[in-house]
Ligand binder design. Structure first.
Ligand code: KIV
Ligand code: ZN
Length: 398
């Protein structure tokens, strides 16, 4: 892979599944893994083998059915976790063991009750064990962004010396800002020359507690990260993980700014989001970028008029780019005559200027009372004489 290739590490089936309403059976995880393969992700984190029998089974099943992406299992820095991950991955063509260990004093003291020196030893021992079981080992210093910087660098150095092939620096609690997150990557690269010299991949992993997960991921890419960890629809712990579709779309639409390549098939973004929405208990919110129901919907008269004149006025990408069938000009109380005429023409009704004016007044009065206006409502607004004049419609009634 060229050095400007950014690998997509999808953790929908691990970090994503760790959010309420998102747990999946093995069969559901397999369906999702196939969708992720079709989407073109480079790595699928299929689960946390030690967490449950279900997770172990899902990882093992996916390794046998999904061959293109690399398959990863998460493991704590514990012998039994790492050995379990290796067992779950034994049939994978290309496997990765992903070892994590907290690097912040807060986590070490309160969660793990470990001193810094013990943590460094554990890091080295765990990565060495993982490397004895797999060629590809990722190490994550958990809570990297709230860790003492010198200690973080020390831990990463030890992981690199022990054989880690990818170093992921998570913003575990979504605390960082883009500027700080990028600076952390630059500093770690500068202070550990072996990272670039040995071709070790740096990876971002961002949570969305302050709504900055995607911005932070892009800042990491700017600073040299060549792997991004993310989930479909941004599902994940608390406010979620960085959303895969937003990062992929941003890297494409702003290719002028980032200049990196990816293997993501953009037209699969919406279909993949749909697959996930059907497997878990909720869909993305309507205003979610790229895949939300309103991402390509326009309601106000000014925007609709601009869209009809030239879609570039209000859309920075076509819906088809990301696999959405078409733009929706939604008729509501902010819509204007142009959009009303357009929709009525699609439904087979050509109106004179005066007729349109008359129907428009009735439409605005209805839209003031009703949140959603359907095609049937529009037809109901037409005076009898017009209804009988219906020609061959371009579009069926919804
Ligand atoms: O958010 C996090 O720190 C994680 C690690 C286990 C990578 O999910
Ligand atoms: Zn996470």
């Amino acid at each position: 892979m060229s050095s400007n290739h950014v690998a997509f590490f999808d953790t929908t089936l691990r970090d994503g599944e760790q959010s309420p309403g998102c747990s999946m059976t093995t069969q559901e995880k397999l369906t999702m893994a196939h969708a992720l393969e079709d989407l073109g992700v480079d790595i699928i984190e299929a689960g946390f083998a030690m967490a449950s029998e279900g997770d172990f089974a899902a990882i093992a099943t996916i390794t046998q059915a999904v061959r293109k992406p690399r398959i990863a299992s998460l493991a704590r820095a514990k012998t039994e976790d790492i050995e379990m991950a290796a067992r779950a991955l034994q049939f994978a063509d290309r496997a990765r063991i992903h070892v994590f260990l907290a690097s912040s004093d807060l986590h070490l003291e309160y969660k793990l009750k470990l001193g810094r020196a013990e943590a460094l030893d554990l890091c080295g021992d765990s990565v060495r064990l993982a490397r004895s079981l797999a060629d590809d080992v990722e190490f994550s210093p958990e809570d990297a962004t709230r860790s003492d910087r010198d200690f973080l660098v020390e831990m990463v150095r030890i992981a690199v010396e022990a054989g880690a092939t990818t170093i992921n620096m998570p913003d575990t609690v979504g605390y960082s800002t883009p500027e700080e997150y990028g600076r952390m990557f630059r500093e770690v690269r500068e202070r550990i020359p072996a990272i670039d010299a040995q071709g070790i991949i740096l990876s971002s992993h961002c949570h969305d507690d302050l709504g900055l997960a995607v911005a932070n991921s892009l800042a990491a890419i700017d600073a040299g990260a060549r792997q991004v960890e993310c989930t479909i629809n941004g599902i994940g712990e608390r406010a979620g993980n960085a959303s895969l579709e937003e990062i992929a779309a941003a890297l494409y639409v702003r290719g002028d700014r980032y200049g990196v390549s990816t293997s993501i098939k953009l037209a699969q973004l919406y279909p993949t989001s749909e697959v996930l929405g059907q497997l878990i208990t909720f869909k993305p919110s309507p205003n979610k970028a790229v895949v939300g129901a309103n991402a390509f919907a326009h309601e106000s008269g000014i925007h609709q008029h601009g869209m009809l004149a030239n879609p570039l006025c209000y859309e920075i990408m076509t819906p088809q780019l990301v696999g959405v069938a078409k733009t929706h000009l939604v008729l509501g109380k902010h819509s204007g005559r142009a959009a009303l005429r357009h929709r009525l023409e699609q439904l087979g009704f050509a109106l004179t200027r005066e007729e349109l004016q008359h129907v428009y007044y009735r439409f605005v009065a209805l839209a003031d009372r009703k949140k959603n206006i359907y095609d049937q409502d529009l037809v109901g607004l037409l005076p009898d004489g017009i209804r009988e004049r219906r020609q061959e419609p371009v579009s069926e009634l919804d």
